[in-house]
Write a protein that binds this ligand. Sequence first.
Ligand code: ADP
Length: 480
Amino acid sequence: MRVAIVSSEAAPFAKSGGLADMVGSLAAALGRRGLDVTLVLPAYRCVLARSDVAATGMAFPVPAAGGIEQVEVLEGVGGEGAAARFVRVDRFFDRDGLYGQGGTDYTDNADRFACFARAALALLARVDPPDVLHGHDWQTGLAVAYLRLQPERYPSLTSTRTLFTVHNVGYQGLFDAGVFPRLQVDSAHYWPNFEFYGNISYLKAGLSLADRLTTVSPSYAEEVKTAEQGCGLDGVFRARAGDLAGIMNGADYRVWDPDADAFIARRYSAAAPEGKHDCKRDLQQRLDLPPVDAPLAGMVARLVDQKGLDVLAGALDALLSRDMQIAVLGTGDRRHEQALTGFAERHSGRLAVRIGFDEELAHVIEAGSDLFLMPSRYEPSGLNQLYSLRYGTIPVVRATGGLRDSVVPCDPATGEGTGFLFGDYASEALVGAVDRALDCYRRPDAWRRLMANAMAQDFSVDRAAAQYAALYAQLVDRTD
Ligand code: ADP
């Protein structure tokens, strides 16, 4: 099985968020299963700077932005041997950011990712015609669309099937309808496959024209079909319901494992959990929290509305009136950053807030916390609750999307379950769930059982890779 994973991000080459981790670790996990995987990415400035990326000598022209661009092909070796190819068009990709700079999108993203789509297809048609092209998010919507709408341009790809994965329907690749003529697609396709409330959407193009669709958890696959969560594309998801599945993202346990984590004060495991106490003291010390035994709740997130920061803000005074500490790491909207920093000043010694992106501190918080808070408004998959389970850090989450699919409600009577869920998007509901967690925490035997249940869960990326591999096999078998 030859699979081309076409994406705008993949760790370790180019990363702005969870998409990069998922794509990079999925490619490696598929490779471990014996699939022949090639990653195709743009040659951003951060890629050009890498010493493990080299020229191939291959070059070809593609249509772009109403003209012609010359594309060069670079190659590298990803995480664990997945081949990576990069399409180089310096005018579009040799820039500091992936999609923009200083919080503002580049104004030519429509042309940049149309060019990427053309270049990726031309490359695959020349060197490695894959059985399956697996695209991710709006940035690759046109790769899927061009292959379906203009097969005559890519004769060696006539048997290639397409899978399109949506990681977050909130990001839709919306552009002015005036871009459409530059895409060089027959105008008959404008209304059914591109138009979105007077604009065009690259996400809609991918959703409409891929052979099969996935979202990153089963619950999210249901939610995107509703008006509340479909962000205007729910009708497209409903129309394609028969081709839509949800595959829960997996964690890379080679990076996120308390028994092998290089960042944490002392390693621990389900069999020998004692080290977690040292990790808690280390976290308290790093964040200037007093070294007390009160329960400590952690949170690591992009500080954006999606993550439920208004619900958290409305709950903080009540939570901090309990005997507990809270540690928050994140960066994002200034409004949320300032609000959290203000709370931390008023509650010093109980609430610690660190603004910034800090991989090491993220590990230290996972290992040193007793609880982990994710009051998300919506959560397509979520990775942090998967890490928390592995670290015996009990998740307190809103029952939405991938959170609902990965955290089992704790039954205080039996001790079954892995965490605490709440339904209403409301501060009182979060406080109620934390109170249930604190009740359990006060009963050490019940808490130990809960930690053991959590740490025994398997949400590895290898499990996700097995499900994608099965889906690829189904796609290739299809005769229609
Ligand atoms: P999303 O993809 O919506 O941002 P996920 O929970 O799926 O949310 O993944 C977020 C990833 O980014 C996790 O690995 C998390 O630890 C990491 N992360 C988010 N914010 C920060 C930060 N400020 N510092 C370090 N890591 C962060």
